[in-house]
Design a protein around this ligand. Structure first.
Ligand SMILES: Nc1nc2c(c(=O)[nH]1)N[C@H]1C(S)=C(S)[C@@H](COP(=O)(O)O)O[C@H]1N2
Ligand SMILES: [Mo]
Length: 438
Protein backbone atom coordinates (compact mmCIF):
# COMPACT_ATOMS: atom_id res chain seq x y z
CA UNK A 1 0.00 0.00 0.00
CA UNK A 2 1.44 3.30 -1.01
CA UNK A 3 -1.48 5.51 -0.07
CA UNK A 4 -1.52 6.43 3.58
CA UNK A 5 -4.98 5.87 5.00
CA UNK A 6 -6.44 9.12 6.22
CA UNK A 7 -7.85 8.87 9.69
CA UNK A 8 -11.02 10.73 10.47
CA UNK A 9 -11.03 13.32 13.23
CA UNK A 10 -13.44 11.05 15.14
CA UNK A 11 -10.90 8.22 15.05
CA UNK A 12 -8.11 10.52 16.22
CA UNK A 13 -10.13 11.45 19.28
CA UNK A 14 -11.34 7.93 19.93
CA UNK A 15 -7.80 6.58 20.21
CA UNK A 16 -6.32 9.34 22.36
CA UNK A 17 -8.36 12.51 22.96
CA UNK A 18 -5.50 14.72 24.13
CA UNK A 19 -3.33 13.69 21.22
CA UNK A 20 -6.36 14.12 18.94
CA UNK A 21 -6.48 17.73 20.04
CA UNK A 22 -2.82 18.24 19.30
CA UNK A 23 -2.92 16.52 15.91
CA UNK A 24 -6.12 18.18 14.76
CA UNK A 25 -5.48 21.72 15.92
CA UNK A 26 -1.84 21.86 16.90
CA UNK A 27 -2.95 22.37 20.48
CA UNK A 28 -0.28 22.48 23.16
CA UNK A 29 -1.59 22.84 26.66
CA UNK A 30 -4.64 25.09 26.93
CA UNK A 31 -6.57 25.76 23.75
CA UNK A 32 -5.34 29.17 22.64
CA UNK A 33 -3.62 31.10 19.90
CA UNK A 34 -3.19 29.28 16.61
CA UNK A 35 -4.84 26.07 17.87
CA UNK A 36 -7.94 27.99 18.88
CA UNK A 37 -7.99 29.79 15.55
CA UNK A 38 -7.72 26.54 13.60
CA UNK A 39 -10.51 24.90 15.60
CA UNK A 40 -12.68 27.99 15.07
CA UNK A 41 -11.83 27.88 11.38
CA UNK A 42 -12.95 24.26 11.13
CA UNK A 43 -16.17 25.03 13.01
CA UNK A 44 -16.84 28.14 10.95
CA UNK A 45 -17.06 30.48 13.94
CA UNK A 46 -15.17 31.75 16.95
CA UNK A 47 -15.77 29.93 20.23
CA UNK A 48 -16.90 32.46 22.85
CA UNK A 49 -16.50 30.01 25.74
CA UNK A 50 -13.27 28.41 24.49
CA UNK A 51 -11.72 29.09 27.89
CA UNK A 52 -14.13 26.58 29.45
CA UNK A 53 -13.66 23.94 26.79
CA UNK A 54 -12.24 20.77 28.34
CA UNK A 55 -9.03 19.43 26.80
CA UNK A 56 -9.44 16.37 24.61
CA UNK A 57 -13.07 17.13 23.87
CA UNK A 58 -13.95 16.79 20.21
CA UNK A 59 -16.36 19.62 19.33
CA UNK A 60 -19.94 18.33 19.16
CA UNK A 61 -20.26 19.50 15.57
CA UNK A 62 -17.82 16.73 14.61
CA UNK A 63 -18.63 14.17 17.23
CA UNK A 64 -22.31 13.34 17.07
CA UNK A 65 -23.35 9.85 15.96
CA UNK A 66 -22.55 9.00 12.38
CA UNK A 67 -26.23 8.88 11.48
CA UNK A 68 -26.67 12.51 12.51
CA UNK A 69 -23.77 13.74 10.42
CA UNK A 70 -23.20 14.77 6.82
CA UNK A 71 -25.89 13.17 4.67
CA UNK A 72 -27.29 10.10 6.39
CA UNK A 73 -29.39 7.63 4.41
CA UNK A 74 -33.06 8.52 4.51
CA UNK A 75 -35.83 6.25 5.75
CA UNK A 76 -38.78 6.61 3.39
CA UNK A 77 -42.30 5.50 4.29
CA UNK A 78 -45.70 6.96 3.38
CA UNK A 79 -46.85 9.33 6.11
CA UNK A 80 -43.48 9.45 7.87
CA UNK A 81 -41.05 12.33 7.95
CA UNK A 82 -37.57 11.72 6.59
CA UNK A 83 -36.16 9.66 9.44
CA UNK A 84 -32.59 8.40 9.63
CA UNK A 85 -32.27 5.01 7.93
CA UNK A 86 -30.40 2.79 10.40
CA UNK A 87 -30.85 -0.31 8.27
CA UNK A 88 -33.14 -1.73 5.61
CA UNK A 89 -32.86 -5.44 6.45
CA UNK A 90 -34.37 -5.46 9.00
CA UNK A 91 -36.04 -2.10 8.47
CA UNK A 92 -34.98 0.38 11.16
CA UNK A 93 -35.47 4.16 11.27
CA UNK A 94 -34.44 6.67 13.92
CA UNK A 95 -36.20 9.97 14.55
CA UNK A 96 -33.82 12.94 14.69
CA UNK A 97 -34.25 14.63 18.07
CA UNK A 98 -35.55 17.90 16.68
CA UNK A 99 -38.48 16.02 15.10
CA UNK A 100 -39.61 14.88 18.55
CA UNK A 101 -41.06 18.31 19.30
CA UNK A 102 -44.67 17.17 19.83
CA UNK A 103 -45.98 16.34 23.30
CA UNK A 104 -47.63 13.25 21.84
CA UNK A 105 -45.62 11.47 19.16
CA UNK A 106 -47.51 11.16 15.90
CA UNK A 107 -47.04 8.37 13.36
CA UNK A 108 -45.06 10.81 11.25
CA UNK A 109 -42.24 10.99 13.80
CA UNK A 110 -42.48 7.57 15.42
CA UNK A 111 -39.24 5.57 15.14
CA UNK A 112 -39.28 2.09 13.61
CA UNK A 113 -37.43 -0.95 14.86
CA UNK A 114 -37.79 -4.40 13.33
CA UNK A 115 -35.73 -7.49 14.02
CA UNK A 116 -37.30 -9.71 11.36
CA UNK A 117 -39.45 -9.37 8.30
CA UNK A 118 -42.62 -7.31 8.30
CA UNK A 119 -45.62 -9.66 8.32
CA UNK A 120 -48.40 -9.37 5.79
CA UNK A 121 -51.18 -7.02 6.89
CA UNK A 122 -54.45 -8.53 8.05
CA UNK A 123 -56.93 -8.04 5.23
CA UNK A 124 -59.69 -10.38 6.30
CA UNK A 125 -62.11 -10.17 9.22
CA UNK A 126 -60.25 -8.67 12.20
CA UNK A 127 -61.63 -11.46 14.36
CA UNK A 128 -59.49 -13.88 12.38
CA UNK A 129 -56.66 -12.59 14.60
CA UNK A 130 -56.36 -14.51 17.84
CA UNK A 131 -54.44 -13.84 21.03
CA UNK A 132 -53.49 -16.90 23.04
CA UNK A 133 -52.73 -16.76 26.76
CA UNK A 134 -51.33 -20.08 27.93
CA UNK A 135 -48.70 -21.76 30.09
CA UNK A 136 -49.00 -21.48 33.88
CA UNK A 137 -52.68 -20.46 33.87
CA UNK A 138 -55.83 -22.24 35.01
CA UNK A 139 -57.85 -21.42 31.90
CA UNK A 140 -55.90 -20.84 28.68
CA UNK A 141 -57.52 -18.11 26.57
CA UNK A 142 -57.87 -17.80 22.83
CA UNK A 143 -59.40 -14.37 22.30
CA UNK A 144 -60.65 -12.64 19.20
CA UNK A 145 -60.04 -8.91 18.95
CA UNK A 146 -63.73 -8.35 19.60
CA UNK A 147 -63.56 -10.36 22.81
CA UNK A 148 -60.44 -8.51 23.92
CA UNK A 149 -62.24 -5.17 23.50
CA UNK A 150 -65.51 -6.30 25.02
CA UNK A 151 -64.38 -8.33 28.02
CA UNK A 152 -61.93 -5.89 29.62
CA UNK A 153 -62.02 -2.23 30.64
CA UNK A 154 -60.34 0.02 28.10
CA UNK A 155 -57.68 2.53 29.10
CA UNK A 156 -55.97 5.35 27.22
CA UNK A 157 -52.53 6.52 28.36
CA UNK A 158 -49.53 8.45 27.03
CA UNK A 159 -46.69 5.95 27.29
CA UNK A 160 -43.01 6.19 26.44
CA UNK A 161 -41.55 3.33 24.45
CA UNK A 162 -37.78 3.39 24.03
CA UNK A 163 -35.43 0.92 22.37
CA UNK A 164 -33.08 -0.75 24.86
CA UNK A 165 -30.19 0.32 22.62
CA UNK A 166 -31.14 3.99 22.46
CA UNK A 167 -27.93 6.04 22.75
CA UNK A 168 -25.76 3.14 21.56
CA UNK A 169 -23.69 5.40 19.30
CA UNK A 170 -22.28 7.15 22.38
CA UNK A 171 -20.32 4.07 23.46
CA UNK A 172 -16.60 3.93 22.84
CA UNK A 173 -15.40 1.52 21.63
CA UNK A 174 -18.30 1.16 19.25
CA UNK A 175 -20.60 -1.80 19.90
CA UNK A 176 -22.55 -3.88 17.42
CA UNK A 177 -26.14 -2.98 16.56
CA UNK A 178 -27.99 0.07 15.27
CA UNK A 179 -25.97 3.17 16.03
CA UNK A 180 -28.84 5.06 17.64
CA UNK A 181 -28.38 8.62 18.82
CA UNK A 182 -31.16 9.60 21.26
CA UNK A 183 -33.98 9.12 18.75
CA UNK A 184 -35.26 5.59 19.46
CA UNK A 185 -37.98 7.00 21.74
CA UNK A 186 -41.68 7.67 21.31
CA UNK A 187 -44.49 8.95 23.51
CA UNK A 188 -47.78 8.16 21.76
CA UNK A 189 -51.25 7.92 23.25
CA UNK A 190 -52.21 4.26 23.39
CA UNK A 191 -55.58 2.63 23.92
CA UNK A 192 -56.01 -0.95 24.98
CA UNK A 193 -56.64 -3.22 27.92
CA UNK A 194 -54.46 -3.93 30.93
CA UNK A 195 -52.44 -7.10 30.61
CA UNK A 196 -53.16 -7.80 34.28
CA UNK A 197 -56.91 -7.91 33.63
CA UNK A 198 -56.40 -10.45 30.85
CA UNK A 199 -54.08 -12.52 33.05
CA UNK A 200 -56.65 -12.45 35.85
CA UNK A 201 -59.25 -13.82 33.44
CA UNK A 202 -56.91 -16.69 32.58
CA UNK A 203 -56.28 -17.31 36.28
CA UNK A 204 -52.60 -17.27 37.24
CA UNK A 205 -51.17 -20.37 38.86
CA UNK A 206 -48.73 -19.69 41.74
CA UNK A 207 -46.00 -20.93 39.38
CA UNK A 208 -46.68 -18.08 36.88
CA UNK A 209 -43.61 -15.90 37.48
CA UNK A 210 -42.52 -14.75 34.00
CA UNK A 211 -44.00 -14.01 30.58
CA UNK A 212 -42.87 -14.98 27.08
CA UNK A 213 -44.08 -12.91 24.11
CA UNK A 214 -44.73 -14.08 20.56
CA UNK A 215 -45.51 -12.15 17.37
CA UNK A 216 -46.43 -12.88 13.77
CA UNK A 217 -43.37 -11.45 12.03
CA UNK A 218 -41.19 -14.03 10.24
CA UNK A 219 -37.50 -14.41 11.10
CA UNK A 220 -35.23 -12.33 8.90
CA UNK A 221 -33.96 -15.49 7.21
CA UNK A 222 -37.49 -16.69 6.51
CA UNK A 223 -36.87 -19.80 8.63
CA UNK A 224 -40.26 -20.88 10.00
CA UNK A 225 -38.83 -22.50 13.14
CA UNK A 226 -37.17 -19.30 14.36
CA UNK A 227 -38.69 -16.17 15.89
CA UNK A 228 -37.68 -12.66 14.83
CA UNK A 229 -37.75 -11.71 18.50
CA UNK A 230 -39.49 -13.24 21.51
CA UNK A 231 -38.79 -11.63 24.85
CA UNK A 232 -40.34 -11.86 28.30
CA UNK A 233 -40.54 -10.08 31.64
CA UNK A 234 -41.05 -10.82 35.32
CA UNK A 235 -44.67 -11.03 36.46
CA UNK A 236 -44.37 -7.82 38.51
CA UNK A 237 -43.93 -5.76 35.34
CA UNK A 238 -46.67 -7.71 33.56
CA UNK A 239 -49.02 -6.76 36.43
CA UNK A 240 -48.15 -3.04 36.31
CA UNK A 241 -51.28 -0.99 35.63
CA UNK A 242 -49.54 0.68 32.65
CA UNK A 243 -48.53 -2.55 30.90
CA UNK A 244 -51.12 -2.81 28.14
CA UNK A 245 -52.23 -4.85 25.18
CA UNK A 246 -53.04 -2.00 22.81
CA UNK A 247 -55.14 -1.79 19.66
CA UNK A 248 -55.13 1.97 19.01
CA UNK A 249 -52.41 4.58 18.71
CA UNK A 250 -53.34 8.27 18.91
CA UNK A 251 -57.02 7.43 18.57
CA UNK A 252 -56.75 5.34 15.41
CA UNK A 253 -56.05 1.67 14.71
CA UNK A 254 -52.34 0.92 15.17
CA UNK A 255 -50.42 1.48 11.91
CA UNK A 256 -49.23 -1.81 10.49
CA UNK A 257 -45.51 -1.07 10.91
CA UNK A 258 -46.09 -0.47 14.63
CA UNK A 259 -47.70 -3.85 15.26
CA UNK A 260 -51.32 -3.96 14.03
CA UNK A 261 -53.78 -5.17 15.03
CA UNK A 262 -52.44 -5.54 18.59
CA UNK A 263 -49.13 -5.17 20.38
CA UNK A 264 -47.82 -5.13 23.90
CA UNK A 265 -46.87 -1.75 25.33
CA UNK A 266 -44.48 -2.16 28.25
CA UNK A 267 -43.53 1.43 29.05
CA UNK A 268 -40.22 2.39 30.61
CA UNK A 269 -38.54 -0.95 29.94
CA UNK A 270 -36.61 -1.95 26.78
CA UNK A 271 -38.86 -1.53 23.73
CA UNK A 272 -38.16 -5.11 22.71
CA UNK A 273 -40.66 -6.24 25.37
CA UNK A 274 -43.41 -4.37 23.53
CA UNK A 275 -44.09 -7.24 21.13
CA UNK A 276 -45.65 -6.09 17.86
CA UNK A 277 -48.16 -8.19 15.88
CA UNK A 278 -48.84 -9.96 19.18
CA UNK A 279 -50.24 -13.50 18.90
CA UNK A 280 -49.41 -15.19 22.19
CA UNK A 281 -48.32 -14.61 25.77
CA UNK A 282 -47.06 -17.63 27.61
CA UNK A 283 -46.90 -17.66 31.42
CA UNK A 284 -43.82 -19.41 32.69
CA UNK A 285 -42.24 -20.67 35.91
CA UNK A 286 -38.80 -19.55 34.75
CA UNK A 287 -37.43 -16.70 32.63
CA UNK A 288 -38.28 -16.92 28.94
CA UNK A 289 -35.67 -18.40 26.61
CA UNK A 290 -36.85 -16.88 23.29
CA UNK A 291 -34.91 -14.85 20.74
CA UNK A 292 -33.35 -11.85 22.47
CA UNK A 293 -33.15 -13.49 25.92
CA UNK A 294 -29.98 -14.56 27.74
CA UNK A 295 -26.29 -14.07 26.96
CA UNK A 296 -25.58 -10.42 26.27
CA UNK A 297 -29.02 -9.65 24.74
CA UNK A 298 -30.79 -6.82 26.55
CA UNK A 299 -28.46 -7.53 29.45
CA UNK A 300 -25.89 -5.34 31.18
CA UNK A 301 -22.88 -6.21 33.34
CA UNK A 302 -23.43 -6.52 37.10
CA UNK A 303 -19.88 -5.20 37.59
CA UNK A 304 -18.20 -3.02 34.95
CA UNK A 305 -16.22 -4.96 32.35
CA UNK A 306 -13.27 -3.78 30.28
CA UNK A 307 -14.64 -1.73 27.36
CA UNK A 308 -14.17 -3.66 24.14
CA UNK A 309 -13.72 -7.00 25.87
CA UNK A 310 -15.53 -10.18 24.92
CA UNK A 311 -18.03 -11.55 27.36
CA UNK A 312 -20.61 -14.34 27.33
CA UNK A 313 -22.94 -12.41 29.61
CA UNK A 314 -22.74 -14.91 32.47
CA UNK A 315 -22.40 -12.14 35.04
CA UNK A 316 -24.97 -9.88 33.37
CA UNK A 317 -28.48 -8.95 34.44
CA UNK A 318 -31.57 -8.29 32.31
CA UNK A 319 -32.26 -4.62 31.63
CA UNK A 320 -35.35 -3.48 33.45
CA UNK A 321 -36.28 0.19 33.87
CA UNK A 322 -34.51 2.37 31.30
CA UNK A 323 -32.09 5.06 32.55
CA UNK A 324 -32.84 8.79 32.66
CA UNK A 325 -32.41 10.63 29.35
CA UNK A 326 -33.26 13.99 27.79
CA UNK A 327 -33.64 15.23 24.24
CA UNK A 328 -33.52 18.70 22.73
CA UNK A 329 -36.29 19.24 20.19
CA UNK A 330 -36.25 23.01 19.65
CA UNK A 331 -33.00 23.15 17.65
CA UNK A 332 -31.52 20.64 15.27
CA UNK A 333 -27.90 19.77 15.89
CA UNK A 334 -25.80 22.04 13.65
CA UNK A 335 -28.42 24.83 13.45
CA UNK A 336 -27.23 28.24 12.23
CA UNK A 337 -28.96 31.34 13.57
CA UNK A 338 -28.60 34.99 12.52
CA UNK A 339 -25.80 37.17 13.86
CA UNK A 340 -26.90 39.09 16.92
CA UNK A 341 -29.01 36.27 18.38
CA UNK A 342 -28.47 36.72 22.10
CA UNK A 343 -30.82 34.16 23.63
CA UNK A 344 -32.33 30.82 22.76
CA UNK A 345 -35.68 29.44 23.80
CA UNK A 346 -34.87 25.78 24.20
CA UNK A 347 -37.19 22.86 24.84
CA UNK A 348 -37.36 19.11 24.68
CA UNK A 349 -38.43 16.03 26.58
CA UNK A 350 -37.00 13.87 29.37
CA UNK A 351 -37.97 10.54 30.89
CA UNK A 352 -36.56 7.94 33.26
CA UNK A 353 -38.09 4.48 32.77
CA UNK A 354 -40.39 3.69 35.70
CA UNK A 355 -39.25 6.84 37.53
CA UNK A 356 -39.98 10.48 36.82
CA UNK A 357 -37.67 13.37 35.97
CA UNK A 358 -36.89 15.82 38.74
CA UNK A 359 -34.74 18.32 36.84
CA UNK A 360 -33.35 19.24 33.44
CA UNK A 361 -30.33 21.55 33.28
CA UNK A 362 -28.76 23.23 30.28
CA UNK A 363 -25.26 24.67 29.80
CA UNK A 364 -23.94 26.72 26.87
CA UNK A 365 -20.42 27.16 28.33
CA UNK A 366 -19.14 23.57 28.21
CA UNK A 367 -20.57 22.71 31.59
CA UNK A 368 -19.00 25.56 33.56
CA UNK A 369 -22.46 26.77 34.57
CA UNK A 370 -25.91 25.24 34.30
CA UNK A 371 -29.41 26.71 34.16
CA UNK A 372 -32.42 24.87 35.52
CA UNK A 373 -35.20 24.40 32.98
CA UNK A 374 -38.93 24.22 33.71
CA UNK A 375 -40.00 20.58 33.67
CA UNK A 376 -43.70 19.79 33.23
CA UNK A 377 -45.39 16.98 35.10
CA UNK A 378 -46.01 13.85 33.01
CA UNK A 379 -49.50 13.55 31.46
CA UNK A 380 -49.71 10.33 33.45
CA UNK A 381 -47.27 7.86 34.95
CA UNK A 382 -44.88 6.48 32.27
CA UNK A 383 -45.40 9.46 29.95
CA UNK A 384 -42.37 11.55 29.12
CA UNK A 385 -42.06 15.08 30.48
CA UNK A 386 -41.63 18.19 28.37
CA UNK A 387 -39.12 20.81 29.43
CA UNK A 388 -38.37 24.38 28.33
CA UNK A 389 -36.33 27.41 29.23
CA UNK A 390 -34.19 30.25 27.91
CA UNK A 391 -30.41 30.53 27.73
CA UNK A 392 -28.35 33.68 27.08
CA UNK A 393 -25.56 33.86 24.49
CA UNK A 394 -23.03 36.66 25.06
CA UNK A 395 -21.68 36.94 21.50
CA UNK A 396 -21.85 35.47 18.01
CA UNK A 397 -19.97 32.23 17.54
CA UNK A 398 -19.95 28.48 18.07
CA UNK A 399 -21.93 27.10 21.01
CA UNK A 400 -22.76 23.71 22.32
CA UNK A 401 -26.06 23.24 24.11
CA UNK A 402 -25.41 20.64 26.79
CA UNK A 403 -28.53 19.14 28.34
CA UNK A 404 -28.94 16.64 31.11
CA UNK A 405 -31.80 15.28 33.17
CA UNK A 406 -31.91 14.01 36.76
CA UNK A 407 -34.43 11.37 37.81
CA UNK A 408 -36.62 11.22 40.91
CA UNK A 409 -34.03 9.00 42.64
CA UNK A 410 -31.35 11.69 42.14
CA UNK A 411 -29.49 9.94 39.31
CA UNK A 412 -28.19 12.32 36.66
CA UNK A 413 -27.14 11.55 33.11
CA UNK A 414 -23.39 10.86 33.29
CA UNK A 415 -20.73 12.86 31.45
CA UNK A 416 -19.78 9.86 29.32
CA UNK A 417 -21.56 6.60 28.46
CA UNK A 418 -20.91 4.22 31.34
CA UNK A 419 -21.05 0.47 31.98
CA UNK A 420 -19.91 -0.49 28.50
CA UNK A 421 -21.38 -3.78 27.30
CA UNK A 422 -20.95 -5.79 24.08
CA UNK A 423 -24.39 -5.01 22.63
CA UNK A 424 -24.42 -1.40 23.72
CA UNK A 425 -27.34 -0.93 26.11
CA UNK A 426 -28.04 1.90 28.50
CA UNK A 427 -25.78 4.66 27.11
CA UNK A 428 -27.33 7.90 28.39
CA UNK A 429 -24.55 10.48 28.59
CA UNK A 430 -25.20 14.21 28.72
CA UNK A 431 -25.96 15.29 25.16
CA UNK A 432 -24.37 18.10 23.21
CA UNK A 433 -25.93 19.90 20.24
CA UNK A 434 -23.93 22.41 18.20
CA UNK A 435 -25.42 25.83 17.38
CA UNK A 436 -23.73 28.54 15.32
CA UNK A 437 -24.66 32.18 15.73
CA UNK A 438 -23.79 34.41 12.76
N1 LIG B 1 -42.95 -8.71 16.72
C1 LIG B 1 -41.98 -7.82 16.97
N2 LIG B 1 -42.11 -6.98 18.00
C2 LIG B 1 -41.15 -6.07 18.28
C3 LIG B 1 -39.96 -6.00 17.50
C4 LIG B 1 -39.84 -6.90 16.41
O1 LIG B 1 -38.85 -6.91 15.68
N3 LIG B 1 -40.86 -7.79 16.18
N4 LIG B 1 -38.98 -5.09 17.84
C5 LIG B 1 -38.99 -4.63 19.22
C6 LIG B 1 -38.07 -3.56 19.48
S1 LIG B 1 -36.43 -3.98 19.64
C7 LIG B 1 -38.50 -2.28 19.67
S2 LIG B 1 -37.44 -1.06 20.16
C8 LIG B 1 -39.91 -1.91 19.43
C9 LIG B 1 -40.03 -0.86 18.35
O2 LIG B 1 -41.37 -0.56 18.07
P1 LIG B 1 -41.74 0.36 16.82
O3 LIG B 1 -41.19 -0.25 15.57
O4 LIG B 1 -43.23 0.45 16.84
O5 LIG B 1 -41.10 1.70 17.06
O6 LIG B 1 -40.71 -3.02 19.06
C10 LIG B 1 -40.37 -4.24 19.68
N5 LIG B 1 -41.34 -5.23 19.31
MO1 LIG C 1 -35.32 -2.16 20.49
Amino acid sequence: MTRKTERSIQELYRDDPERGDALAWGRRGALKGAALASMGGALGAAIPFAGQMPGGLLPALFSRPAAAQSTPAVFVMDGKAELILQGDRPLVGETPEHMLDEAVTSFRYFFVRNNGQIPAALTTDPDAWRLTIDGEVNTPLNLTLGELRARFPQVTRQLQMECGGNGRAFFAPQTRGNQWGNGAISNAEWTGVRLRDVLAAAGLKPSALFTGHFGADPHLSGATDRAAISRGMPLSKAMDEDTLIVFAMNGAPIPHIHGAPIRLLVPGWPGSLSQKWLTRIQLRDKPHDGAGMGGTSYRVPVRPIIPGSNNNGADFTDMTSMPVRSILSSHAHGTRLPAGTRSLDVRGAAWAGDLTVRAVDVSVDFGASWSAMQVAAPANRHAWQRWQGRVALPADGYYEIWYRATDSAGQMQPHAAANWNPQGYGANPISRAAVLIG
